[in-house]
Write a protein that binds this ligand. Structure first.
Ligand code: ZN
Length: 430
């Protein structure tokens, strides 16, 4: 396998990770064509979706072609499974060939066939898990896919996996120490709970434990917490983006930690949730996923409800896939301004990084049929250079949200109430 300079000889898990972009386009196109033909033939729900949209499988060969099809969301799955139990018409293999069935809140029943799940390991491999690692997996092993699928993926990397599941903090601490555990898989907040408990028990975590790496998914991972793990506790961290219904981890960080590489076992689109149209790099929209490795449970264009944007900038690790930037929020928290989604969490992260500001609020209104954005700012110290600050705020906002701020108003202290919405959409009231 050809190695990019700077990469470790065993950096990559498979050849897919380093496909040139043209090869990826061809590869995904072929996989999509096969997936769609199989799904249309064997999954009655998929056939119904196509027929209703007036689309035939022969019209779907490229990622762009997917725009012709509607998005299916969790609420639709629940509805279809209720009216056509138990799998809603999405099962595309004989019942007796199902290996296992997961149950996600709803409930939604998700049948799985074992052979197809090896790709999960990519994400753990990129995070440095190898033979010799002893890893606590603190995800639940029942009903949800997380526990057992991550367990198998750790084994595919050669690591020893300890099926701890959730809770039992004291037992986790003891096991981590007794078995000289080197890796942790779970949520960032739970690892912090374990570390704090170990410290309460009188241990010095860095000296008394062997933990070197942690892999997280399932919740927001604030940069401040990452800094604590990496600098105070010397734990190398990696995060992945996983969604239960389409079958697990979809994107993962490499050691550069600058966004999450998309897996080639899925076609991942970032779209306008209202129109289903695909968005370009840097534009925030809903993550929509089509698994192209899965012949069991055929979800075509599953809408996750999560908002992110992607970048096609090359990553120094040598992987060639696009990367999702951080998950910015849920579709319900986003406000559309002049065609672009602005997410409260994104605005919050941006403005909180300015020390000079104590409170802020973005108002979206409409003037002469055009959306208008106003940023209201309360300053900590009134004597600063407002013109320069306004200029910085304006540039950063446009850089991140791709929407220009029309007005910046410096308002007296106390104008913005202590508890307030980050973005107020006044257009609703007109
Ligand atoms: Zn990378």
């Amino acid at each position: 396998m050809a190695m990019k300079s700077g990469a470790r000889p065993d950096e990559f898990f498979d050849e897919l990770e380093i496909m040139p972009p043209e090869k990826r386009e061809t590869y995904l196109g072929q996989k999509l064509t096969e997936t769609v033909e199989h799904a249309y033939r064997h999954a009655p729900a998929v056939r119904a979706i196509f027929d209703k949209a007036g689309v035939t499988p022969s019209q779907i060969h490229t990622v762009k072609d997917l725009e012709k099809l509607p998005i299916t969301r969790k609420a639709d799955l629940m509805e279809l499974q209720k009216s056509n139990p138990p799998y809603g018409g999405f099962l595309a293999i004989p019942l007796e060939d199902i290996d296992r069935v997961f149950i996600s809140p709803g409930p939604v029943y998700e049948p799985i066939q074992h052979a197809g799940i090896k790709w999960f390991a990519k994400s753990f491999w990129a995070a440095g898990f190898r033979k010799g690692d002893v890893v606590i997996n603190s995800f639940t092993y029942h009903m949800s896919p997380a526990g057992i699928l991550f367990h198998e993926a750790l084994r595919d990397c050669g690591a020893t996996a300890i099926p701890m599941g959730t809770g039992n903090t004291d037992v986790q601490v003891k096991t981590m120490r007794d078995l000289k555990v080197t890796g942790f898989v779970g949520t960032p907040s739970f690892l912090m709970t374990i570390i704090k408990r170990a410290e309460e028990m009188g241990y010095n975590f860095q000296q008394d434990f062997a933990l070197q790496r942690a892999w997280f998914t399932g919740e927001m991972f604030p940069p401040s917490l990452r800094k604590t793990f990496e600098e105070d506790y010397r734990i190398n961290t990696a995060q992945a983006y996983a969604v239960t219904e389409p079958g697990g981890a979809l994107a993962y960080e490499c050691h550069h930690k600058s966004g999450m590489h998309l897996m080639d076992e899925y076609i991942t689109e970032v779209v306008d949730p209202e129109t289903g149209k695909q968005l370009g790099p840097g534009e925030a929209g809903e993550i929509v996923v089509t698994p192209v490795h899965n012949k069991v449970w055929c979800l075509i264009r599953f809408g996750t409800g999560d908002i992110s944007s992607y970048t096609t900038e090359p990553c120094p690790c040598g992987r060639t896939s696009s990367r999702l930037v951080a998950i910015l929020g849920r579709t319900g928290d986003a406000v559309k301004v002049r065609g672009m989604f602005v997410v409260a969490k994104q605005a919050e992260q941006l403005f909180s990084s300015f020390d000079q500001i104590s409170r802020f609020q973005v108002i979206v209104g409409r003037k002469m049929q055009r959306d208008e954005t106003t940023l209201k700012v309360e300053l900590k110290n009134e004597s600063i250079d407002r013109e320069k600050l306004a200029d910085d705020l304006s540039k950063k906002f446009q850089g991140m949200c791709l929407v220009r701020l029309d007005n910046i108003e410096f308002v007296p202290k106390g104008t913005i109430p202590e508890k307030h919405e980050i973005i107020v959409d006044q257009r609703k009231w007109e």
